[in-house]
Write a protein that binds this ligand. Sequence first.
Ligand code: SME
Length: 150
Amino acid sequence: MNFESLKPSVVSILSDNHTTDEKLKNLCQFLSNSVTYYNWVGFYFANHDNKTLHLGPYVGAETDHTIIPFGKGICGQVAESNQNFVVPDVAAQDNYIACSFTVKSEIVVPLFVNGKNIGQIDIDSHVIDPFTEADERFLEFVNQEVAKLF
Ligand code: SME
């Protein structure tokens, strides 16, 4: 996957004349369209008072998990660890919240604004073990661009 070639579109989607939610939804759609193994792409945002994550813009199958407590599932663990979490095979994870039996792997990358973890991008894949360090670096770039909206 040539992630470099996707970067200009990421920047342009985030700088067009839409609301933040529309830009993020367009970004999710672009990522899902551009990378074959990105099957569900969405953002969660943290409420630090309640210690919960709240589902933001996403594309892919509808999910029941619109609110996730910190510490629960892959997403909730990233809210506390502030670190990328790559799950090659979700079946091997104990602390995992299943959205659909079609999901085989997941990557979550935290979103920092002025050093604070305000949320995350979450990507589910129907393929086992598709994510490499290139995905991590690319999604860190995506989140650095998203951070400029906040
Ligand atoms: N699998 C996630 C829950 C969110 S869904 O993937 C949309 C988790 O374990 O945190």
